[in-house]
Each structure stands twice: as structure tokens, then as C-alpha cells.
Design a protein around this ligand. Structure first.
Ligand code: MN
Length: 187
């Protein structure tokens, strides 16, 4: 996790800052608005691709660190009720989330998102693409790149997926949910 943060995430931030040198007003928007508005801003294709990939990587990893460091367990209150409404149960969500993660070939991410109608959904993305680019809020997500788990789990992605739930910080995720409903999540 230290290498993941200090090497992979750090490199994303450095490359994003380099790509944004000539676009200070875009940088000031913050990650979520930047990713949503990027397709409409005139710029060279290579610059757009660099902001897309590294801005997505910065958003994905910022979210990733914010939802871990807890003791697992289960969500409570409003989030628990919304999960029951949209998946039937927390266990059903967990099965669907891990199933989507295992079915995703290669590098990428699995997310729990909130769509424009407020419904929760499980979705995956390639590489460092982010649901924020598609107008969906990210409640939490897991990194499926080999760099996220190979050091400890080698190629055993299923074992990593199972263990990850034990370090989720549900109070932090519940706070993200409250902010997302207000449209105030920053990444
Ligand atoms: Mn990563």
C-alpha cells in the first residue's frame, strides 16, 4: 500500500500537474468538474488523454485511500437502507461487486456508483477511467490493477477482493454518501 501510494498515485499526480500547466482554470475546477468538462475544452489530443488518464487515476486513488483504514463490518442507517433497496441485501451487493471485479479482465477498477436518479449500481472501468467522467458519483471502489495486490496476493485476485472488505471504513463511506447526495463529493 505504501508503494502503491508513494509511487503509482504520486506518478499520476505529477503527470496530471504537468498536463495542466497550460490550463490553470481547468485545474481550479477540482477533479470532479474537470473530468466532467474535459471533453468540451479545446486542447491537443495528447494533452486531453494525459489529463483523462492521470486525472482519473488521481480521483480513483484519492477515493480509494479515503474508504479504507477501517474495520470492515457493514454499512448502517440510510446507506444500509439504500443498499437493501437496490441490491436486496448487503451480502447480495458484495457478491455482485466481487463478481464484477473477477469478471473484469486486466487493469481497471470496480465501483459502487450513484447515478443521476440516486440509484446505486456496481460498475467497472478500464485502466484509470472514472465514472465521474460519465456523470456518475463514486461512493467507493476497489483497484483491480496488479500493482494493488500482486505483492501480497500474487495472482489471487479473489483472495484480495475478499480481504479488502475487512478494511473498509463504513463511517467514512457513510459520510461520502451524505456528501454525494448533496453534490459535494470532491473525488
Ligand atoms: Mn492503483
Amino acid at each position: 500500500m505504501i508503494a502503491h501510494h508513494d509511487q503509482h498515485h504520486r506518478a499520476c499526480v505529477a503527470r496530471l500537474n504537468d498536463a495542466l500547466v497550460d490550463y490553470p482554470r481547468l485545474a481550479e475546477l477540482g477533479l470532479v468538474k474537470m473530468l466532467a468538462l474535459l471533453p468540451q475544452i479545446p486542447m491537443p489530443a495528447a494533452t486531453r488523454a494525459a489529463i483523462w488518464e492521470n486525472g482519473g487515476g488521481h480521483a480513483n486513488h484519492t477515493m480509494f485511500w479515503s474508504v479504507m483504514g477501517g474495520r470492515g463490518g457493514a454499512p448502517r442507517d440510510k446507506l444500509a437502507r439504500s443498499i437493501d433497496r437496490d441490491f436486496g441485501s448487503f451480502e447480495a451487493l458484495r457478491l455482485k461487486f466481487n463478481g464484477a471485479a473477477l469478471a473484469h479482465a486486466g487493469d481497471g477498477w470496480v465501483f459502487l456508483t450513484i447515478d443521476r436518479t440516486g440509484a446505486l449500481a456496481v460498475t467497472t472501468r478500464e485502466n484509470e477511467r472514472s465514472p465521474w467522467m460519465d456523470g456518475e458519483a463514486v461512493l467507493f471502489g476497489n483497484d483491480l490493477w496488479r500493482h494493488a495486490y500482486a505483492a501480497k496476493y500474487q495472482n489471487r485476485r479473489a483472495d484480495y477482493l475478499a480481504a479488502w472488505w475487512n478494511v473498509l471504513n463504513w463511517p467514512a463511506i457513510e459520510s461520502r454518501y451524505a456528501l454525494a447526495i448533496l453534490g459535494n463529493l470532491a473525488a
